[in-house]
Structure formats: structure tokens, C-alpha cells
Design a protein around this ligand. Structure first.
Ligand SMILES: [Zn+2]
Length: 240
């Protein structure tokens, strides 16, 4: 039992370690936050321009197709106009032509506006894409020390993960499942160390004193003992 508890306690410690170190690895250091934000904005601006260009291109093709349809309609009405039988019919067709003409004008304006937008976006994109490689290199240079630190953390993580895998493989499946269930439920603390102050023993997680009977069971080390109050697995190190 003592060996199992030691393993569970170590496993919990390593899981916590991995979580903390990962957070540390993925958090941009305070002095680099601004530098990193500026660079990310540049990368995002390129992405945004690309997206907008693709959209504007589609919109322009759509306006072009609309324009072709409208011109067809315009032609059709003009033919109709030549064959009208009454002045009432004449003014009705003329009305239709007016409407189509107006639509053609607005669609043409829209199309020209899009063409202009596409052109200036292409120019801006080309400029930005040209300077991005050197900006990326500059940025990586500023982040060099942090990258070194990140790599060191990754090495530590690989080591810790190996140890976790080893422990997981050794711990009996039932105890492992119970441990993980508790770990989820108790926010990362499934095994709680017993602390001794003078002759008083208490759970280090909830600080409630341990009953003498439970303490005896713990010291005997033959079964899993849980804290009466917080229901965590109690871990007692005889020499601590
Ligand atoms: Zn407790």
C-alpha cells in the first residue's frame, strides 16, 4: 500500500508539473508581449488581406455576371420598344428600360469600386508579403532567449511524460481509474499528504484533523484511507 501511495503521489506531482510547465511554455513573457502582439498583427493583416481579396474577387465576378444579365435585358426591352403597338405599351417598356439602366449604372459603379479595392489590396499584400520574411527573422531574433527556454521546458516535459507513462503502467488499473476520477473531481489534487504538528495529524488539503482510528489504519498501511472531510486519498510518510 505504501508503495502504491508513493506512486500515486508522485504521479499527481508529475501531472501537476506538466500542467504548470506547459502553461509557462505557452505564456509569452511580459517583456515580449508587445513585440509578439505587433508581429502577430502583421501576420494577421496578411491573412485578412488574402481573405478579403478572395471575397472581393468573387463579388466582382458576381457583379460582372449581373451586368451581363442586365445588358441582355436592356437589349430585349429595346427590341420590344421597336415593336410596341400603343403609346401605353411604349411608356411601359420605356419604364422598364429606365429601371434596367439605373441597375446597370449602380452595378457598374459597384464593379469599378471592387476592381479598385482589389488593386489596392493586391499592392498592399505584395508590400506586406515582401517584408514579412525579414520581420519574421527579426521577431525570432527577439524571441531567441524565450525559444531556448521553451525548448528546455519541452525536454523537461518529455522526461516527465515518460515518468508518467511508467507510473501509469505500474499502478493497478482500478487504483489508477479511482485516482483519475478523484483528480478530475478535486481539481488536480487526489492524494493529500498528512501533516504532523506535534502530536496532531491533519489533511494538508482541507486542514481537518484526522481521527485516531483513521490514523491507525493509515499507519498500518494495509488499505486506502480517505479524508473524512474532503474525501481525498490520504498519504502518510512515516519519516516526514
Ligand atoms: Zn481532507
Amino acid at each position: 500500500m505504501t508503495a502504491l501511495l508513493e506512486q500515486l503521489h508522485r504521479l499527481q506531482d508529475r501531472i501537476q508539473f506538466v500542467r504548470d510547465r506547459m502553461r509557462e511554455r505557452d505564456t509569452v513573457p511580459a517583456d515580449l508581449v508587445e513585440v509578439d502582439r505587433e508581429f502577430r498583427e502583421k501576420v494577421e493583416a496578411v491573412e485578412r488581406l488574402k481573405t478579403r481579396l478572395a471575397e472581393a474577387d468573387k463579388e466582382a465576378r458576381r457583379a460582372e455576371a449581373e451586368l451581363a444579365d442586365l445588358k441582355e435585358k436592356q437589349k430585349k426591352y429595346q427590341t420590344q420598344l421597336r415593336n410596341v403597338q400603343s403609346s401605353r405599351e411604349y411608356s411601359a417598356v420605356l419604364n422598364e428600360i429606365d429601371g434596367v439602366d439605373r441597375l446597370i449604372r449602380t452595378t457598374e459603379e459597384k464593379f469599378l469600386g471592387l476592381e479598385e479595392e482589389i488593386e489596392s489590396a493586391r499592392t498592399e499584400l505584395a508590400t506586406r508579403e515582401k517584408s514579412l520574411p525579414s520581420e519574421t527573422a527579426e521577431h525570432e531574433e527577439k524571441l531567441k532567449d524565450w525559444r531556448v527556454a521553451q525548448r528546455a521546458i519541452n525536454d523537461e516535459l518529455t522526461q516527465a511524460q515518460k515518468e508518467i507513462d511508467g507510473l501509469e503502467a505500474t499502478i493497478p488499473p482500478r487504483d489508477r481509474a479511482e485516482f483519475h476520477r478523484l483528480l478530475d473531481k478535486k481539481r488536480g489534487l487526489a492524494v493529500s499528504r498528512v501533516i504532523q504538528i506535534a502530536s496532531s495529524y491533519s489533511c494538508s488539503a482541507c486542514h481537518v484533523k484526522i481521527r485516531p482510528a483513521a490514523l491507525q489504519l493509515l499507519k498500518a498501511g494495509r488499505e486506502m484511507v480517505y479524508c473524512d472531510t474532503c474525501k481525498r486519498i490520504l498519504y502518510y510518510e512515516a519519516n516526514s
